[in-house]
Design a protein around this ligand. Structure first.
Ligand SMILES: Nc1nc2c(c(=O)[nH]1)N[C@H]1C(S)=C(S)[C@@H](COP(=O)(O)O)O[C@H]1N2
Ligand SMILES: [Mo]
Length: 323
């Protein structure tokens, strides 16, 4: 039997209105000459931020898949319903406790199988490449999702600078784990520090975003300041927050979640509605902000709707085995 592979994600009827509103607003801004400094710059982000943090506008991304058609989640929801276990396991804990995180000064160590390892200051990292705004879906393995306008640049921009060697088959990411700043690190819910990993070709994929901001402002602490990942085709836990180390390795890194429950969290963790989590289905999701008495769950899309962009990375792999 021939299986048709969709080349693009076809919009659901519910997505059409926000999309046209979104495009019209941009067209209107362009017509008014409000496209600011660069011809590509956004006059304002896809959705307003909180207005309390420093501005970090991104230029419009030309990358296919960099903007979904879905309506952005509100800033209030995206910054108050979080998973950041270093600050506690309740969804409200990060917003309540992450103010103790000190995001300056901040350095990221780049190590392992590369010709140019080193320590990079956050200010230097911010200037390494042009930051873009990308509206990505974020799908948590717990069955909820959001749509967030991130600002950052492709992770590959940074990785290239380090000149990985031919032995660099994987990239490992480590988050800060400081008991003094992060009350959750005093608990044993995970084996700290939080570690995640990608295969090198996944890490080099242009959609893999190194994130410094959201909603046109710098990242709030609860969302992983001062820098984190956004890997839109993978479950949210692969997108490590508050990163302090990036290491090129020859062997597959052991992620914190795989260590905690190997049968539940595999290395790849690509969004896949056809592969249920052992304790719950992954076929549908609840979009945060849409929950009402009558709101239906949305069907979860293969690779979270980014199959046309990333499907090739997994050609020939048994995704039930490599979950
Ligand atoms: N260091 C660290 N990174 C993390 C987590 C965490 O607990 N610690 N939680 C992950 C999970 S499960 C999700 S769904 C996303 C949530 O990102 P958000 O709070 O910005 O929506 O962050 C991921 N990154
Ligand atoms: Mo998650």
């Amino acid at each position: 039997m021939l299986i048709r592979t969709p080349t693009t994600h076809e919009p659901l009827p519910s997505e059409i209105t926000p999309r046209s509103a979104y495009l019209n607003r941009r067209a209107a801004l362009a017509g008014l000459g409000l496209a600011a400094t660069s011809p590509l710059a956004l006059a304002q982000p896809a959705a307003p931020g909180g207005g309390k943090l420093a501005k970090l506008p991104g230029v419009r991304s030309a990358l296919a898949g960099a903007s979904v058609m879905d309506k952005p989640t509100s800033y209030a929801d995206a910054t108050s319903y979080n998973n950041f276990y270093e600050f506690g396991t309740d969804k409200a804990d990060p917003a309540q406790y992450a103010h103790t995180l000190k995001t300056r000064p901040w350095t990221v160590a780049i190590e392992g199988e590369c010709a140019r390892p080193g320590r990079f200051d956050i200010e230097a990292l911010l200037k390494l490449s042009t930051v873009e705004e990308r509206l990505y879906r974020l799908r948590c393995v717990e069955g909820w999702s959001m749509v967030i306008p991130w600002t950052g640049y492709s992770l590959s921009e940074l990785l290239k600078q380090a000149q990985p060697t031919s032995k660099a088959k994987y990239v490992e990411f480590t988050s800060l784990a400081d008991k003094a700043q992060m009350p959750g690190v005093r608990s044993g819910v995970l084996d700290w520090p939080y570690v995640e990993g990608l295969r090198i070709d996944e890490a080099m994929h242009p959609l893999a975003l190194l994130v410094f901001g959201m909603y046109g402002e710098i990242l709030p602490n609860q969302n992983g300041a001062p820098l984190r990942l956004a890997l839109p085709w993978k479950y949210g836990f692969k997108s490590a927050k508050s990163i302090v180390r990036i290491r090129f390795t020859e062997k597959e890194p052991l992620s914190s979640w795989t260590k905690a429950a190997q049968q539940e969290y595999g290395f790849y963790s690509n969004v896949n509605p056809g592969v249920p989590h052992p304790r719950w289905s992954q076929a549908a999701e609840r979009r945060i902000g849409e929950d009402g008495l009558f709101s239906k769950k949305r069907p979860t899309l293969m690779f979270n709707g980014y199959e046309a962009q990333v499907g090739q990375l997994y050609a020939g792999m048994d995704l039930k085995k490599f979950y």
